[in-house]
Design a protein around this ligand. Structure first.
Ligand SMILES: *Cc1c(COP(=O)(O)O)cnc(C)c1O
Length: 355
């Protein structure tokens, strides 16, 4: 039975037999080979999607939160706090509930997907909306947690990174080796940092024969690393990566440079197209930010070749149901028909003819 990432990768994590593990059986997410997109974009390599949206709260944040809450509990902490674009708050609220701890989350007003907000609320967190963006929220949370007996569970908390690196272990275990390219959305840059740590640790334990190129993608309206300076008013429909001053900026740049990879950006239109293509041609529903890792592959393939025999992994960081509002905005409307067979057949006939 799968018992979550701490039990699965205990020897690579900072836990002892006495550590009170708080888990919701996160991890062990499927690595799905894409069958239709490679042909549509003339990509000769094998292309896989790591579907992190299938974690217990619907995003990869569970890997890190499991570790952060476990260590907070071990240290005797009673309260945890985070700033969040949404998914961190959902994970923090859920794992805090599981651990019997109190949780306070600070989110940017109006810029949080509904699914995520509903999770934080129902798990019983104290949800505070501020008139400001994620970066403002994180600054406040850092100040408050430095002064009061509250544990910070943003990815500045090193245990978050420890938990999240298990995503890289799973990919290597699933593929039998590291991929050639690792495409990932970049927001606060904790996840690209964590994956690079995981890949290099596994490599040094001879669990893989190579290291992937780390290919990070920001949204064009929130691309501080690409621009080379913080963005004061970040903007994108991909709210999970709407971050102007990433906390792990230096580590992301190091992962890029050490791996011979790239940090680039994709527009909201490219993100939306990628989300639709993945849903419509592969049957996989991810949230907008996650689709940056698909849009990144498509963009990269326009100017560069992927060779057959190479392997690409795109990290689908969160589930599409997190942001139903956006999905409904971009998809075609349901057709209203009379309650008769004739009316239905009339609308259905083009489909029957083309089949
Ligand atoms: C948090 C998040 C990201 C960004 O990850 P970082 O570690 O902040 O770079 C991307 N996609 C989704 C769905 C997220 O929840």
């Amino acid at each position: 039975m799968w018992k979550g990432v701490i039990e699965a990768y205990r020897m690579f994590l900072p836990v002892t037999d006495a550590t009170p593990v708080v888990s919701l059986c996160e991890g062990n997410t499927p690595l799905i080979q894409l069958h239709n997109l490679p042909g549509l974009f003339n990509i000769a390599a094998e292309w896989y999607a790591k579907y992190e949206g299938l974690n217990p709260t619907g995003s990869f944040k569970d890997r890190g939160m499991c570790m952060a809450i476990t260590k907070a509990k071990e240290a005797g902490s009673k309260i945890v706090m985070c700033a969040s674009t949404g998914n961190t708050s959902a994970a923090a609220a859920a794992y805090a509930a599981r651990a019997g701890m109190a949780c306070c989350v600070l989110i940017p007003e109006g810029k949080i997907a509904l699914g995520k907000l509903s999770q934080a609320m129902l798990h019983g967190a104290l949800v505070l909306q501020i008139q400001g963006n994620f970066d403002d929220a994180l600054t406040l949370v850092r100040e408050i947690t430095a002064e009061y007996p509250i544990t910070l569970v943003n990815s500045l908390n090193p245990y978050r990174i420890e938990g999240q690196k298990t995503g890289a272990f799973e990919i290597v275990d699933q593929l039998g080796d590291a991929p050639d390219f690792h495409f990932i959305p970049v927001g606060n840059a904790g996840n690209i940092t964590a994956y690079w740590k995981g890949y290099t640790e596994y490599f040094s334990h001879q669990k893989s024969t190579k290291l992937p190129k780390m290919m990070g993608y920001q949204a064009a309206g929130s691309a501080p690393i690409v621009m080379g300076h913080p963005i004061e008013h970040p903007d994108t429909i991909a709210t999970a990566i709407r971050i102007g001053n990433p906390a792990s900026w230096q580590q992301a740049v190091a992962a890029r440079d050490e791996s011979g990879g790239l940090i680039d950006m994709v527009t909201d239109d490219e993100i939306t197209q990628a989300q639709q293509m993945l849903a419509g041609h592969e049957g996989i529903f991810c949230e907008p930010a996650s689709a940056a890792s698909i849009a990144g592959v498509i963009k990269y393939a326009q100017a560069n070749r992927f060779e057959s025999g190479q392997r690409i992994v795109s990290i689908l960081t969160g589930h599409g149901l997190k942001d139903p509002t956006r999905a409904i905005e971009i998809a075609s409307r349901p057709v209203v028909v009379d309650r008769t067979k004739a009316a239905i057949l009339k609308v259905l006939s083009p489909m029957l003819e083309s089949a």
